[in-house]
Design a protein around this ligand. Sequence first.
Ligand code: ARG
Length: 279
Amino acid sequence: MSVMPVMEPSTARTALRRHFLMCRPEHFAVTYAINPWMDPARGADAGKAVEQWEALRAAYLALGHEVSLIDPIEGLPDMVFAANGALVVGGRAYGARFTHAERQAEGPAYAAWLKENGFAEVLEPQHTNEGEGDFLTLDHVILAGTGFRTDLAAHQEAQEFLGRPVVTLRLVDPRFYHLDTALFPLGGGNVAYFPGAFSSGSRAVLERLFPEAILASEADAAVLGLNAVCDGRNVVINAEATELIGTLKDRGYEPLPVDLSELRKAGGGPKCCTLELRA
Ligand code: ARG
């Protein structure tokens, strides 16, 4: 029996308009190391980061998405990674509480922005969690990472506050320290992920939940190719993830390659720079 790949026409994929919050990396730098991607001796160029980030923002606007901006704060070089600032679902915002002292002040800054911009329900969390870095929202379930940053107890806190089922996934490779470095939702209840980033139990959970998932190679994961943003059809993704970009095309998605190489020096990609505001 010959097995033919299923080629779904791209018209089968539907984009939904999103509302994103972003933070221009005016004060971006690599001055400390809290993940294996960061090397303070090598540093990073804020000017180059701003250029790359502007192209990312332009890509979202060209796709018809709405982009709001939070003012960057001097002395918070990682604040560009807006995904970590909160988890916003159904108009309710579960606040972030950062693992490392260097980023702690970002939590209240994002919470204040949300309160000032129409989100009345903002929960100040009891438990350590890094927002959408470790919480990825699908229609019927929220996938939650733990192992490096976000505490297991935060998964329960988020579930209780948001009223959505939260499924815990355990991360085991320090290069993939946030769930959004190893997995992204494709829309339609499917995901793409790099199996090697997960414990064997969590891999079995992913196989059971997502039999149709796109599996990415280690090479694609190692350029942060899984740190992508999909609106149901278009996938904004690091250009270096060439194999994954090919697979996405075969499966009927429209990859939109971007160059965020300067931000990768801090361990971030397109998704890290993007917090989704779900009304
Ligand atoms: N340097 C930042 C950190 O280690 C990068 C955060 C990337 N954000 C993300 N959502 N994965 O905290």
